[in-house]
Design a protein around this ligand. Structure first.
Ligand code: AMP
Length: 213
């Protein structure tokens, strides 16, 4: 089964994708994580993507589409995967749909996390991450046991550069102007399921798992 997670930054897509992959064995493909890894390693993709990401703008479609297609193809024929943060434009969606159909891996379901602006801003400004395992924390909603330290790895958590208030504003504007129209695109295909991204992570997961069951 192929799942797309759609919603603004801070809607909880990454958190749900991690839960689905841990509990139900899905492969979690986060475009943002893959791009950040490329930036860290200084690859060609990373060099091209860095400035866009720092400004909160979208990385050009063709770079991202090719990168995700290569990732899917090299994932050892794993047929159950979650696309987290991809597609983000109708152009990306059309292109990847065509490619996935050829591979007989069409998207089955799209979960749209409808989330209020106030939730998103609170979540993003309080988000902290583990540089080693990628675990996601929140200083208020999901704090680590020891302040600033990853529960699993014991290393110091960090804040994403693009989680600054100014860049968050830009990312939300990009979502409104370029990504939101995907709701209509997938709704027209009859595969969109809407959930509230304002609920806490456990409740959202319960709803997701019930739909999948
Ligand atoms: P995220 O981790 O999903 O919040 O993504 C972080 C940044 O990576 C975004 O602000 C974009 O610059 C870039 N990015 C992630 N996914 C995409 C995508 N599907 N298309 C273009 N840029 C993307």
């Amino acid at each position: 089964m192929r799942i797309v997670l759609l919603g603004p930054p801070g809607a909880g897509k990454g958190t749900q994708a991690v839960m689905l992959s841990e509990k139900l064995g899905f492969l979690h493909l986060s475009t943002g994580d893959i791009l950040r890894e490329n930036v860290k390693r200084g690859t060609d993709i990373g060099k091209k993507a860095k400035a866009f990401m720092e400004k909160g703008e979208l990385v050009p479609d063709d770079i991202v589409i090719q990168m995700m297609l290569d990732t899917i193809k090299s994932s050892g024929k794993k047929n159950d995967f979650i696309l987290d943060g991809f597609p983000r434009t109708v152009y990306q969606a059309k292109k990847i749909d065509a490619e996935l159909k050829k591979l007989k891996l069409a998207v089955d379901i799209v979960f749209y996390f409808k989330t209020s602006i106030s939730t998103v801003i609170k979540r993003l400004t309080g988000r902290r991450l583990c540089p080693k395992c990628g675990a996601n924390y929140h200083i208020v909603n999901m704090p680590p046991k020891k302040q600033g330290i990853c529960d699993k790895c014991g290393v110091e958590l960090y804040q994403r550069k693009d989680d600054s208030e100014e860049t968050i504003e830009k990312r939300l504007e990009v979502y409104e102007n370029q990504t939101k129209e995907l709701i209509d695109y997938y709704s027209a295909q009859g595969i969109l399921k809407e959930l509230s991204g304002d609920l806490d992570a456990k409740e959202v997961y319960k709803q997701l798992a019930a739909i999948l069951a």
